[in-house]
Design a protein around this ligand. Structure first.
Ligand code: AMP
Ligand code: MG
Length: 443
């Protein structure tokens, strides 16, 4: 059955008629609704080295041949294959050496019948030569240790024409389509652009994500801790997550549990592409984020059928971004440090990747054998912090210890999140489950 979301609206009619009750939705439903608010951002031209992790927004055709000239794949002698037909160790073919050519220069002399030119790896093959013979297949070493006369050389082995020559355009021909729009820039793509002589590329820009922690109990890391307070960790976790997925984090600070404080802080994030708050979305007198959002935006409050991290707010916040009025998507994560991180991974990460032009948004997942029983009594999707290790031929996932949603050390120990589906009421030790990899480091 299709249900409608309860959006709180600035529209008084809608506001009065729409109850602000939270609704229960699945992780997949929440993700789908969230992603529908995000679009791929516009492209920007940047130096290639600054493009790492960004998505190419143009097709790249080569303007040159790579390599630009026939060149030697070995250190040896450039010669004509016809001149060394039948050469053996006992019956070498002797050629007059006309000179030497190193990588980066071009030989003025050509190779004529009965002659050779000493050549280094990467050097252009001299005119007239059709083959390169390695030093090891000549008598160069024995010449050096006897009279040192290198004005001629004995070739000890016959090789076929063309051997050890890298042909002009063998890798890329001028005009070839080398990279297509949509490709993620990794070190190899960046190197490839450099090999074509491209200094810049057009890539989808990185989203700016404004981040706000909320709570009267929160203290900045540079302040002493007074009674009743705790240090704010969410701003740091979330900002680091944003950077990790190549967004540009902007921490707005710590919002106090008053409408004025939160409103004023959020105002400073209105020029961002996305706002992320943490805390203030669960039940309680001091939970202000939702009140602000009721005034300033179109926001839904959801109870997502997941554990940890049930309460979530999502919608758009309206205000002045720079000189113009705009609406910015806002994701309100739960305050508990583990919940905020896991909900970030499930909802904020795909939103950031979508803005960056990625089409594959799912977290890399493997199958692993879990070492503990995990009951799932109320049909939620459970994310269990695990350490994944490779057994003989299978992956194993062991729990990191206490799974309380405030226990950040259990997240620090984990390299994966085992995903227990809503439909599975009881996972037994030895069962195989999906594990989202937080990273690929193995313990
Ligand atoms: P809330 O969602 O605001 O009710 O917060 C839930 C729990 O998370 C409370 O114990 C808060 O103290 C804690 N919490 C909220 N925000 C942060 C933060 N930025 N850093 C660390 N803990 C937090
Ligand atoms: Mg709070």
């Amino acid at each position: 059955m299709q249900r409608t979301i309860n959006l709180v609206s600035t529209n008084p009619i809608l506001y009065n008629t729409t109850p602000r009750a939270k609704r229960m939705i699945s992780v997949d439903e929440a993700l789908e609704k969230i992603l529908s608010h995000f679009r791929t951002l516009e492209p920007e031209q940047k130096p290639i080295l600054d493009c790492l992790g960004q998505v190419l927004a143009e097709d790249i055709h080569s303007a040159i041949d790579v390599p630009p000239l026939d060149n030697s794949a070995m250190d040896g002698y450039a010669l004509r294959a016809a001149d060394i037909q039948g050469a053996t160790e006992s019956a070498p073919r002797y050629l007059r050496v006309m000179g030497e050519v190193a990588a980066g220069s071009v030989s003025e002399t050509g190779v004529t019948p009965g002659t050779a030119i000493r050549i280094m790896t990467g050097a252009p093959v001299p005119r007239g030569a059709d083959t390169v013979v390695r030093f090891e297949d000549t008598d160069e070493v024995s010449r050096r240790s006897s009279d040192g006369d290198l004005s001629q050389i004995g070739v000890l082995r016959e090789v076929e024409e063309g051997r050890n020559i890298r042909r002009r355009g063998e890798d890329i021909a001028s005009g070839d389509l080398v990279l297509t729009h949509g490709r993620t820039m990794r070190p190899q793509e960046i190197g490839l652009l450099a090999s074509l002589g491209r200094a810049t590329a057009l890539v989808i820009r990185r989203p700016v994500v404004a981040i706000l922690a909320t709570g009267d109990e929160l203290t900045g890391v540079d302040q002493p801790l007074s009674p009743g307070k705790i240090y704010d960790s969410n701003n740091y976790t979330i900002a680091a997550e944003v950077s990790r997925y190549r967004g540009i984090p902007r921490i707005l600070g710590i919002g106090r549990d008053t409408v004025e404080s939160l409103s004023e802080k959020l105002d400073r994030g209105m020029d961002a592409d996305m706002l992320i708050t943490s805390g203030g979305v669960s039940k309680g007198d001091y939970d202000m984020v939702k009140d602000i959002l009721a005034e300033r935006g179109e926001i839904g409050f959801w109870t997502v059928r997941m554990k940890p991290g049930k309460p979530l707010a999502f919608g758009t916040m309206t205000g002045k971004g720079g000189s113009r009025e705009k609406a910015v998507p806002l994701l309100g994560l739960p305050g508990n440090p583990v919940s905020s991180m896991i909900t970030f991974e499930q909802f904020a990460r795909p939103a950031i990747l979508k803005m960056m032009g990625y089409t594959s948004l799912a977290k890399p997942t493997i199958r692993a054998i879990i070492d503990s029983d995990i009951p799932n009594r109320d049909g939620r999707r459970i994310f269990v912090r695990v350490i994944v290790s490779k057994g003989n031929d299978k992956y194993h996932a062991s729990l990191t210890g206490p799974q309380g949603s405030g226990i950040l050390t259990s997240m620090a120990r984990a390299n994966g999140l085992a995903v227990i589906p809503e439909s599975n009421s009881q996972v037994r030790a030895g069962d195989t489950v999906d594990v989202q990899m937080l990273d690929w480091r193995q313990e």
